[in-house]
Design a protein around this ligand. Structure first.
Ligand code: NAD
Length: 248
């Protein structure tokens, strides 16, 4: 039931970090992958092809919201449809709330929320016609907590959790499962400034029950679960993959 052979996944934000690992994880479970990123996905595509799966490197700036229809069409026509959408591409802008610029706010909301909704809308319509589909959104600990100096990011990730439930409610009866993964503290570009701050890195690590930060590979199992028929009766769930951070 975890087998994804014959399925096609559209994964966004696959130039590195969590998106690359999830794309490869889905391919290891059998899926072909359309990898969408603003800076290309050469490493992910190379690894997926090395597994004997098909992969397409589709370079696109997803914050250009008017172009998302075209991006989805190109992705859907590549391997004959989309069975799985993983909305992973996201950015973070760190400035105190009182100084958070409108440009930072808008850029974060456009990619982390607006692009997620519009791509889900396109995929949802496509999946309703096909009678099945899986959508996995990437939320955050800041779908639950406030964070520090990242008001736009926190607002976007709270919204992603709400949107996951809204879409799950509407589409559960149409054979489509919409769920989210909320990663804890993972070592990627997104968290590079915290990793470089030794005191903050140490205090966060000490608070994680598992005693370590997550790695991109820690998301492979959860994303395969949410993309496969193993999760057919799971709707609107936000799965925390956080080494116990929120349980503490
Ligand atoms: P990352 O910076 O390594 O990856 C971000 C990806 O998004 C890259 O592939 C980048 O090319 C792509 N991207 C950025 N702007 C884009 C645009 N305009 N159009 C298309 N693609 C674009 O960071 P990551 O940690 O791998 O982040 C992936 C997701 O996980 C994000 O949604 C992030 O908010 C979320 N997340 C990360 C952590 C963490 O601790 N690293 C924790 C919780 C949630």
């Amino acid at each position: 039931m975890f087998n994804l052979q014959g399925k096609t996944a559209l994964v966004t934000g696959t130039s590195g970090g969590l998106g690359q690992a999830m794309a490869v994880g889905l391919a290891e479970a059998g899926a072909n992958v359309v990898a969408v990123s603003s800076s290309g996905s050469a490493a992910a595509v190379g690894q997926i092809r090395g597994l004997g799966r098909e992969a397409e490197d589709l370079q696109a700036d997803l914050s250009r919201l008017d172009e998302l229809g075209d991006v989805f069409e190109r992705a859907a026509s590549r391997f004959g449809g989309i069975d799985i959408l993983v909305n992973n591409a996201g950015i973070i802008r760190r400035t105190p709330a009182a100084q958070h610029s409108r440009e930072d706010w808008q850029a974060v909301i456009d990619l982390n929320l607006n692009a997620v909704f519009y791509l889900s809308q396109l995929a949802g319509a496509h999946m309703i016609e096909r009678g099945s589909g899986k959508i996995v959104n990437i939320a955050s600990m800041l779908s639950f907590q406030g964070g520090i100096n990242v008001p736009g990011y926190t607002a976007s990730k709270h919204a992603v959790a709400g949107l996951t439930k809204a879409l799950a409610n509407e589409w559960a009866s149409k054979g489509i499962q919409v769920n989210a993964i909320a990663p804890g503290y993972m070592e990627t570009n997104n968290t590079a400034p915290i990793l470089a701050d030794e005191a903050r890195y140490r205090s966060i690590t000490e608070r994680i029950p598992a005693g370590r930060w997550g790695t991109p590979d820690d998301l492979k199992g959860p994303v395969v679960f949410l993309a496969s028929s193993a999760s057919d009766y799971l709707n609107g769930h936000v799965l925390c993959v956080d080494g116990g951070w929120l349980a503490r």
